[in-house]
Design a protein around this ligand. Structure first.
Ligand code: THU
Length: 146
């Protein structure tokens, strides 16, 4: 199995730029292209709540807008922010975060759901791995409109 540690590290690092003053749920994502490039994203919330965007879609729109459309995997690292006694933000993950339904569908547009991998980082270095088809079975995609 391929080693996705570089991708997971990029997702964890991208989480540092998360703008989540409303939910305090900070998420980073890292999308791997088939040519080995990594494009990162974070969630960006908004005072008008529905205008916010998830980390996974930030990474995807960055990539597609730069002409990249072939992807192998995405790594996600998200959890509620926590502070230590001194009020310093702790850089710790807790339960694994999974892409929401909208992000799953947006990814579906550009990938083969049977082979595209979704990795999610959790506490203690734990990593869960699924294909997109496992997370979005019987999905609707571009071929349905062809
Ligand atoms: N969020 C993501 O960015 N990705 C996920 O996988 C789950 C949820 C964001 C959206 C919102 O800014 C916050 O997390 C709470 O829902």
């Amino acid at each position: 199995m391929e080693d996705y540690s570089r991708l997971l590290e990029a997702a964890i690092k991208a989480r540092h730029n998360s703008y989540a003053p409303y939910s305090h749920f900070r998420v980073g994502a890292a999308l791997l292209t088939k040519s080995g490039e990594i494009i990162t994203g974070c969630n960006i919330e908004n005072a008008s709540y529905p205008a916010g965007i998830c980390a996974e879609r930030t990474a995807l729109v960055k990539a597609v807008s730069e002409g990249k459309r072939e992807f192998e995997a995405i790594a996600v690292a998200g959890s509620l922010e926590q502070f230590d006694e001194a009020g310093v933000l702790k850089d710790e993950l807790t339960a694994p975060a999974f892409p929401c339904g909208i992000c799953r569908q947006m990814l579906r547009e550009f990938v083969d759901p049977e082979s595209f991998l979704v990795l999610t980082a959790a506490e203690g270095g734990k990593v869960l791995k699924y294909t997109l088809a496992q997370l979005l079975p019987e999905s609707f995609g571009p071929e349905n409109l062809a």
